[in-house]
Design a binder for this molecule. Structure first.
Ligand code: KG4
Length: 334
């Protein structure tokens, strides 16, 4: 069975062709970073306009790289939400139009389901149940995954997402956009113990997160220096990153112990962070937990994970979604 995945929830236009749930034939991602970088964040109106330009050539390229024609496709899976409504509408409407003219069934997929199942794009795959930490620009959530569509939300951020905190710290330090990879790179040259930034542990048994206080602490620390040019940016980045990693790792380990689950999976753009991956490995190793990390290209937004989630959704409930279905800005998964 061939699934065409389409993703346009934020600022990446992506398409992929997946054979069953085993063989990824193509995965194409067109980034809009060059458009949004001068604004220091995604400008929704510009994002949706660029998706409009890109969606058709990107889908054509995914089909061409897979050496398939549209009529070879058995299922179209498109991101339905959460995300920017204008961006989502482009990919989702395109998918429905393709489905309408070609009579190929389609399913609308929750973007978080894509991240939760992106690990199945790898050769080494986990067995259920597993604890999944999904960390991106809009999400920081812990899930207990018992099956391909059985996801229980355990905790989530009460304010900023982890990726959002990385991006905001980069903005405070004038480092550029998207901030996560830049802060991560600069951190390699800094001392992670230079500043003791706060960790929001919240209530004793809580696996919720909060990063807005940390961001304010970084801002306040920066204000103690008279000149922006004299800021020890590498030390600030490394200390900030360590605070984020400390909370993410500790709460993930706690959730696994609470639910007697010994398998951990990461997903979302921040899961590409080297220091986080290293700390997760050390902590899982110490507890004999199994850790599954998607390659960085499957951590950030892509359509291969949407095809994977769509394939399983359709396999479990083999009916096409009605064409009048709409997009949504908040996840149905919590
Ligand atoms: O999953 P994603 O591509 O898009 C969504 O937000 O859905 O994640 C993007 C986020 C951005 O906030 C970006 O700064 C962050 O992931 N990110 C990173 C790294 N690579 C991307 N954060 C920390 N370290 C990284 N290496």
């Amino acid at each position: 069975m061939l699934t065409l995945g389409i993703e346009s929830s934020c600022d990446d236009t992506a398409a992929a062709v997946l054979e069953d749930d085993t063989t990824l034939l193509s995965s194409v991602v067109s980034s809009q970073d060059a458009i949004h970088s001068r604004f220091g964040g995604v400008v929704p109106e510009l994002a949706s306009r660029k998706h409009l330009e890109s969606i058709h050539p990107i889908v054509e390229e995914a089909l061409a790289r897979a050496e398939k024609k549209l009529m070879d496709i058995d299922l179209i899976a498109a991101t339905r939400g959460p995300g920017l409504i204008g961006s989502l509408l482009v990919g989702f409407s395109y998918a429905k139009a393709l489905s309408y003219v070609s009579k190929i069934p389609y399913v609308g997929v929750d973007h978080l389901a894509g991240h939760l199942l992106s690990i199945f794009l790898e050769e080494d795959t986990p067995a259920f149940p597993y604890i999944a930490l999904i960390i991106s620009g809009g999400t920081t959530s812990l899930f207990l995954c018992r099956g391909y569509s059985d996801f229980q939300l355990l905790g989530r951020t009460r304010d900023d997402a982890a990726g959002e905190a990385f991006d905001k710290v980069a903005k405070i330090l004038d480092l550029g956009y998207p901030g996560g990879p830049i802060v991560a790179k600069l951190s390699d040259q800094g001392d992670k113990n230079a500043y003791r930034f706060p960790r929001a542990w919240l209530e004793a048994d809580s696996v919720d997160f909060s990063f807005s206080g940390l961001k304010t602490a970084v801002l306040n620390q920066c204000h103690t220096f008279p000149e922006k040019s004299g800021l020890p940016a590498a030390d600030i980045c490394a200390s900030f990153q360590e605070a984020v990693v400390d909370v993410l790792v500790t709460k993930t380990m706690f959730a696994a112990e609470q639910h007697h689950v010994d398998t951990i999976v990461l997903g979302g753009g921040v899961a590409a962070n080297g220091r986080l991956r290293q700390a997760m490995m050390e902590n899982c190793g110490a507890r004999s937990f199994r850790l599954f990390l998607p390659q960085p290209r499957y951590c950030t937004d892509n359509a291969a994970m949407i095809a994977m989630a769509g394939y399983h959704q359709y396999r479990e409930t083999p009916s096409s979604h009605p064409l009048e279905g709409d997009v949504y800005s908040r996840s149905t998964l919590g």
